[in-house]
Structure formats: structure tokens, C-alpha cells
Design a protein around this ligand. Structure first.
Ligand code: ISL
Length: 553
């Protein structure tokens, strides 16, 4: 089947189902809730949805721990609800990509239950099970995982351990086993046959492990990562999935890739290699930390941010395709981050400037639910208010170690993933119009000023700004195909770039300064203004002013 590369024109909206809309009022979002909001997505103008996991799951990691790949988590709805949602999306010209979590399963998946309860189980080799050291008293290696602590969990009183790069309830699958790959191909084809349009492939760069299973020199985080990031057979496995599944459907794939260099990125998204269409690269979201470890906080610098983005714009031009994002369900909210202001009269203005700065780059833009209305972090004060397994693990570690507490204690709450997971704020009604009962994770009333109902009515809202950005992306080919050039790369306050296609040129000027700033572009005479976050313009750029111009059309 020919791939039409529709993803190049896509504007993708990420739905985190627990927190989007609760139709049956049990405090948890659900599929009927999503269906009820499809007209809202249509109004915004997006044409594709990435749905975070809705499969059956014990929800130890909010669905990123799957116990049945072919069914829906009951509190979210049924398979019939899912099919209805898919058809209602397609009716509105909205495609759907599913979240594919196949680096690991849940420990409640029947494969795993059988694997650990019976040494002769046919599923034993579906997982990575190794003998511990010292008669099983010590784990096989000193590797540490993504949520802190060892990557190994002992199997009962035996001398064997299984590998888990995330929580112990998320055992890693053994991709070396061809039967595991057969199962995954079947799962892919099951959903593609149902009509889904592609997959966001969770931590896909971790699926192949070096087979030495030896300890590494101890490091502050992710010890052993050279054994499990971009492993030796990753490319072979991806190509196999393409050949055995994706090649038969007009679908797309976006891989989540942790700790991935430009060279790695190119090797994954080179169209000739037929592995993935694009990947999420985190280099620009790691701009305010050290070593890609979000707990090692450092101040934001615009130059670092724009140069990191530019590196991938230049690096992938005509060689691969970029994904563009500033938020997702694992990142804290962009309001108050990346140089924007959390509160006050310039807060929305600054979010518009940030939004414009990434939205017109080359690649497929993603919007995370609530980003388009400027939702903020809830700023909870106590650990008891947070639910995410990650923050609780790290919190417990910092409590036990003075060193870790001094290093990360202060910023721990700021970087919690729960910041992005509070309920979507639909209105000023109780529980933000998300539900009629207390939501599973509540928002903060202080933040009620950011809500869909008010923003739909206000032509100057962030919602309408995003809507206009989407219209521009749909209208001008230069936004899809144009070559990117970063201007004034050392300027500390301004992010300015052009996109050029023949005689057409888009010029994007975004100020991140809190005061007036000189505009370094000498003449804007030939340009037509398409969009700005200010009504009136002066010679100087006003605080956080952004302007999107076009010429040659
Ligand atoms: O969230 C992170 C750090 O706070 C990331 O390191 C994150 O764990 C990593 O990007 C992998 O994320 C994905 O897989 C996880 C799941 O918990 C995340 O929600 C998902 O996006 C395990 O499946």
C-alpha cells in the first residue's frame, strides 16, 4: 500500500483520556467523553488525535502498563465505544493514532503471570529473566531505570530476576524472541484493520538490549543506558514491523525516543530505511536541565532553546521529518516555562509567542490537551496531592539521601508529570466542567481563569490564536515544505526564523523579552502580516510580541 505521507499536513492533538472528559461522572475521563468533545477539536482545526493508552490495564502507570492489548480499560468504555469514537473522528476528517506500548507489558498480563509462575511456561522467554549474583541475593547488574532504583526485580524467593526499565509492574519484553515479535505484529494489524491511522510508539528506542547483561560504571542516573538505549537490533526490529505491518496500510508512526542524538534520529527517520516516519526528540525540552535529567534543574536560556531546535531543523532538512512539541503528558506545562510568564497581564501574550516559535518550524506540530487554553501546573503543595508513581519513587529516594535531597529536592514538584495531568478545564463550573464529581486528580481553582468556555467567546484568547496558527499551516505550502533558516542566532531575547520555498517566504519573529526590544530586521516592507499577538505595532517589538509575516504569495 502506498504511504501518502498525510502526516506532513497533520496537526495532531494529544488526548490523555483519564483527564479529558468524564461522561459517566465517575471522576475519570472516558471514551464517550472524548466523543462528546470532537466538535471542539474540529473547531480548533486539528486533523489527527494521538490517544494515550486506553487498553486494559491495572493503571500502575496510567495505562502505560498493558494487560490486554486487544481490549479497552473498562472505566474508559468498551470496544464498541472505541469503534464509535473512531468513526466519529473519521466523519470529521480527524485521524487517530494509538499509543503503542511494547517495550514492556503490565505484570498482570497473562504472558507475564504465566512466565513467572512456571519455569517451563512457553511465555518464560517473552521476558528478560536472568540469574542474580550471590545466589540470588544481588541483582544480575547494577543498572538503574527511569523511575529510580534497580532495573531488576527478584522473582519470589528464587535466584532469578526480571528486567524492568520502568516500574516493577512493567516487565520488559524480550524482543530477541521471534514469538514476541509475532505477537506485536498481530497486535499492530488488529488495530490497523480496525481503521486506526498509526501509532505513537512508546520508548521505542529501548526495545533492543545488549545481551552482555554486565554491570556498568555507576552513574547518577540511568546506569547501564548504553546497554538499553538504541540497542544493537533496534533498526532490524523496526524494519521488521514496517515490512510485516505498516507497509500494508496508509499509516504513520512517531517513535518516542529517549536520549537520542541527531545521528540516531537520522538513522530512525530516513525514509529510505522504512523504520519510523518521525520521532519525538527531547533535546529542546531538556533545555532547562543538565544531562537530560529533568531533576537537575537549570535556568532557561532562549539561545540554548532555539539553537537546539535549529540543529534538528537543519539536520533533518530533506533527510527526514521532525515532530514539533512543547508539551505532553510527561512534561510540566509550558505556561511559566521556556521563558514565558505564569501569571499577570503578559502571561497569555508570552504563551502566544512561545506557541508561534515552535508551530511554524518544519515538521508535524503536536498540541497537548489544555496547551491551547494555557493551562498551568496545579502547584500542589504536598506530596500527598501527587499521584504519579514516578514522583513518589523519586521523593522516597530524596528522603533517604541528603545528597539527592540537596540536589533535586527544591524542584521536585515543579517537574512532576502530574502537572500536565489535571483535568481539562472546560468551564468555570464545578470540577472545571470535566466531571460532576471530584476528579481522580484535581486541578487548582486558582487556575480556573483558563477554560474553554471563556476562551471560545474571547477572540483574543490563546485558543483563537492556536486556531489561527492552524489555519495558516493549512493554507501555505511554505509552512510544510519551506527551508528553515535561523536568524540572529546569538540574540538572547528574540527567536527569529524564515521558511523559504521558491519565492515564498514566511518570517517568524518571536520576542521572549519582558520589555520593548529593537527589531533587528531593517525592512518589513515586502511582507504581509498574517498573525500577531498585538493589535498595534511599533518600530520596536513590545514585550513578548510575535509576528508572522509572509511574502511572495
Ligand atoms: O517522563 C519522563 C521523565 O519524567 C521520561 O523519562 C519518560 O519516562 C520517558 O519519556 C518514557 O515515557 C513513556 O514511557 C513510560 C511512561 O511512563 C510515559 O508516560 C511514557 O510517555 C513508560 O511506558
Amino acid at each position: 500500500m502506498k504511504h501518502t505521507l498525510w502526516y506532513k499536513d497533520a496537526i495532531i492533538y494529544q488526548i490523555y483520556p483519564r483527564s479529558f472528559c468524564d461522561a459517566n461522572n465517575d471522576g475519570l475521563g472516558d471514551i464517550p467523553g472524548i466523543i462528546s468533545k470532537l466538535d471542539y477539536l474540529k473547531e480548533l482545526g486539528v486533523n489527527c488525535v494521538w490517544l494515550s493508552p486506553v487498553y486494559d490495564s491495572p493503571q500502575k502507570d496510567n495505562g502505560y502498563d498493558i494487560s490486554n492489548y486487544r481490549d479497552i480499560y473498562k472505566p474508559f468504555g468498551t470496544l464498541e465505544d472505541f469503534k464509535k469514537m473512531l468513526s466519529e473522528m473519521h466523519k470529521r476528517g480527524i485521524r487517530l493514532i494509538m499509543d503503542l506500548v511494547v517495550n514492556h507489558t503490565s505484570n498482570e498480563h497473562p504472558w507475564f503471570k504465566s512466565a513467572i509462575s512456571d519455569k517451563n511456561s512457553p511465555y518464560r522467554d517473552y521476558y528478560i529473566i536472568k540469574k542474580g549474583k550471590k545466589n540470588g541475593k544481588k541483582p544480575p547488574t547494577n543498572w538503574t531505570g527511569f523511575f529510580g532504583g534497580s532495573t531488576w526485580e527478584r522473582i519470589g524467593e528464587s535466584d532469578e530476576y526480571y528486567l524492568h526499565l520502568f516500574t516493577k509492574e512493567q516487565p520488559d519484553l524480550n524482543w530477541e524472541n521471534p514469538k514476541v515479535r509475532d505477537e506485536i505484529v498481530d497486535i499492530l494489524r488488529y488495530w490497523l484493520d480496525m481503521g486506526v491511522d498509526g501509532f505513537r510508539c512508546d520508548v521505542i528506542t529501548l526495545i533492543s538490549k545488549k545481551q552482555d547483561f554486565k554491570s556498568r560504571f555507576p552513574t547518577i542516573a540511568l546506569c547501564g543506558k548504553d546497554a538499553y538505549v538504541m540497542g544493537p537490533k533496534l533498526h532490524t526490529y523496526l524494519r521488521e514491523l514496517y515490512d510485516r505491518a505498516y507497509s500494508d496500510y496508509d499509516c504513520m508512526t512517531v517513535g518516542e525516543s529517549v536520549l537520542c542524538s541527531l545521528k540516531d534520529t537520522l538513522s530512525l527517520v530516513d525514509p529510505e530505511r522504512k523504520e519510523l516516519d518521525m520521532i519525538f526528540n527531547f533535546s529542546h525540552t531538556d533545555v532547562d536541565n543538565y544531562l537530560g535529567v529533568k531533576y537537575l534543574y537549570r535556568d532557561f536560556k532562549l539561545t540554548r532553546f532555539k539553537n537546539r531546535l535549529a540543529k534538528y531543523q537543519y539536520g533533518l532538512y530533506q533527510k527526514g521529518w521532525n515532530s514539533l512539541f512543547i508539551e505532553n503528558h510527561d512534561q510540566r506545562r509550558s505556561v511559566g516555562r521556556y521563558g514565558t510568564l505564569e501569571r499577570g497581564p503578559l502571561s497569555i501574550t508570552s504563551s502566544k509567542s512561545l506557541g508561534a516559535s515552535y508551530f511554524f518550524l518544519q515538521g508535524t506540530p503536536f498540541i497537548y490537551q489544555g496547551q491551547e487554553i494555557g493551562m498551568r501546573n496545579p502547584s500542589f503543595k504536598s506530596i500527598d496531592e501527587y499521584q504519579d508513581v514516578e514522583i513518589h519513587n523519586i521523593y522516597n529516594m530524596t528522603k533517604k539521601s541528603r545528597f539527592l535531597n540537596a540536589l533535586i529536592g527544591k524542584h521536585l514538584f515543579d517537574v512532576s508529570r502530574d502537572n500536565a495531568r489535571t483535568p481539562m478545564q472546560w468551564s468555570k463550573q464545578d470540577y472545571f466542567g470535566f466531571s460532576k464529581v471530584t476528579p481522580w486528580l484535581n486541578g487548582t481553582l486558582d487556575n480556573i481563569d483558563r477554560n474553554v468556555e471563556d476562551e471560545l467567546k474571547d477572540n483574543d484568547s490563546l485558543f483563537h490564536f492556536y486556531k489561527r496558527m492552524i489555519e495558516i499551516r493549512k493554507k501555505y505550502k511554505v509552512v510544510i515544505e519551506g527551508k528553515f533558516d535561523l536568524l540572529y542566532k546569538r540574540n538572547k531575547d528574540l527567536f527569529i526564523y524564515t521558511r523559504t520555498l521558491g519565492k515564498e517566504q514566511l518570517l517568524v519573529i518571536c520576542s521572549f523579552a519582558k520589555k520593548d526590544t529593537k527589531c533587528p530586521i531593517s525592512s518589513l516592507d515586502n511582507y504581509q502580516l498574517l498573525l500577531s499577538n498585538y493589535q498595534e505595532h511599533k518600530d520596536k517589538l513590545q514585550p513578548f510580541e510575535c509576528r508572522i509575516y509572509i511574502k511572495g504569495v
